[in-house]
Design a protein around this ligand. Structure first.
Ligand code: BES
Ligand code: MN
Ligand code: MN
Length: 464
């Protein structure tokens, strides 16, 4: 692949312009207002696949947004890699905190990205990373460097829980048959310390509703005499952690597999600058479960966090009112072997049990997913590791991440295929936040690394 760097350099401008066209589409899966834009994005992806040389392209309808399938089978005897990605993005809100239009991509330099980064919603999660995969495939095919078969499955509902994917996978098992799944939707520790993601957390997401009196009340006439659901909800939420920041829900930790001393020592070896971490977030002090390091807390330990809380009057000025209702959205990140359905049930029962008689509590289940870990003696891991060594010049560190891609555990369950998480974002890329960006270094390094992954993987499979 002598021509790989040349190819990237020569096509640099065209590639970035094409990515910009993809980023301009508002494929916000959470908001039905953008349905047309999401569908247009699916069409654009299939066009890009077709131009890249993929075959059997299908925009498969689902009860939600379509899943795009495509493949290139060069020889049935060769191994097959299934590439998964998502073309939907998170809502850009709050809009006023963006320095530029989230759907009008621009390149700007930052401290961590001195060569520039693309600022746009989806630049990193996941359109930018998915586009690396599509362009790497195009390069391999057009330069006779494709060493195995490739299939693509690209969905448009990842950011809202991949609701249609399980059924699609279940109904298309033979079509999706592959030896390995390759996903670029995670990150590396830093541009000097490349990592391969070997674990994802699971997720249980619930919404709670606390109801007090049957209507909003005057806080003078009734205040002090009637339960205030916001006060109560706040108390209930703050009682969910103890002073060591352990989650107090009985049974919550029952299925957690504790790390061995050796595994913990491996994590301690990972270079990590706590002062840089704090200064990046503008915080004076970090906080978390006692007895664990920051890198453990954000990856191998389960969590419970309020993601949103509302109720009562939040408009301009002051309104004196005791609200009838208070709400919160709560996420629990899970680790092996916690089952998300079981955790949701335990949470729901416990939360209701701690409510005083003065209020009613309702718990609504949102989406969830199972945690995932992949072994480092897997051929996919070895290939990823060799590829990174080739393009970054150093061996990557295996790292479990705190984020979730629920579909990965599901692929293992339904298709019995392990996934390789070969993503190139940075934690500081602000995915899901205002000013999301993706470093040009990261994008092009990813594009350069993927063909090497294919080469090494195909080589390893030859010597089975
Ligand atoms: N790509 C992310 C997950 C991710 C990001 C993993 C960075 C590791 C590092 C994915 O799109 C995502 O946002 N997942 C959601 C869960 C999903 C069910 C909405 C998450 O982790 O919150
Ligand atoms: Mn993603
Ligand atoms: Mn995401």
């Amino acid at each position: 692949m002598k021509d790989l760097k040349d190819y990237i350099e020569k096509n640099n401008k065209i590639i970035i312009n094409e990515l910009f066209d993809l980023l301009k589409l508002k494929s916000i899966s959470a908001d039905p207002k953008y349905k047309n834009q999401v569908l247009k994005t699916a069409e654009l992806i299939s066009k890009i696949l077709s131009q890249a040389g993929a075959e059997n392209i299908e925009i498969c309808p689902t009860p939600g947004y379509p899943i795009i399938y495509a493949d290139k089978i060069i020889d049935k005897k060769l191994p097959t890699v299934l590439v998964y990605g998502h073309y939907d993005v998170q809502p850009p809100d709050p809009l006023n905190l963006w320095d530029s239009d989230p759907f009008d991509p621009v390149i700007k330099k930052t401290k961590l990205h001195p060569n520039g980064a693309i600022f746009a919603r989806g630049a990193c999660d996941d359109k930018g990373q998915l586009f690396m995969q599509l362009k790497a495939f195009e390069y391999m095919l057009k330069t006779n460097n494709l060493p195995c078969n490739v299939k693509f499955m690209i969905e448009g509902e990842e950011e809202v829980g991949s609701n249609s994917l399980e059924e699609f996978v279940f109904n298309n098992k033979s079509k999706l048959k592959a030896d390995k799944i390759l996903i670029s939707d995670t990150g590396i520790l830093s541009n000097d310390i490349p990592t391969v993601t070997i674990g994802l957390r699971g997720l249980s997401y619930v919404e709670v509703e606390v109801t007090g009196p049957n209507r909003d009340l005057h806080s003078g006439i009734y205040g002090g005499a009637v339960a205030n659901p916001i006060n109560i909800l706040s108390n209930m939420i703050s009682s969910l952690h103890d002073e060591n920041k352990k989650i107090k829900i009985p049974g919550f930790y029952d299925d957690v597999i504790e790390l061995s001393d050796t595994e913990r020592k491996e994590i301690m070896k990972i270079p990590f600058d706590i002062n840089e971490y704090k200064s990046h977030l503008d915080i004076e002090e970090i906080e978390g479960e006692s007895g664990f390091t920051t890198l453990e807390r954000n990856s191998v330990r389960p969590t419970l966090d309020v993601n949103g809380i509302w109720g009562g009057y939040t408009g301009e000025g002051a309104k004196t009112v005791i609200p009838s209702k208070a709400y919160a959205k709560i996420s629990m990140r899970l680790v092996p072997n916690q089952e998300h359905k079981k955790i949701t049930q335990i949470f729901s029962n416990y939360f209701k049990s701690i409510a005083p008689k003065s209020v009613k509590v309702n718990v609504k289940e949102h989406h969830g997913g199972m945690p995932y870990i992949s072994p480092t003696d897997d051929k996919g891991y070895i290939a990823a590791s060799l590829a990174i060594k080739k393009t970054f010049g150093i061996d990557p560190i295996p790292l479990r991440t705190g984020g979730s891609i629920p579909i990965v555990a599901l692929f293992e369950k339904q298709l019995n295929i392990k996934s390789i998480l070969l993503g190139f974002g940075l934690d500081s890329d602000a995915i899901h936040s205002p000013n999301e960006h993706f470093g040009l270094f990261n994008f092009f390094k990813g594009l350069e690394t993927i063909p090497w992954f294919f080469k090494y993987y195909a080589d390893l499979m030859k010597n089975k």
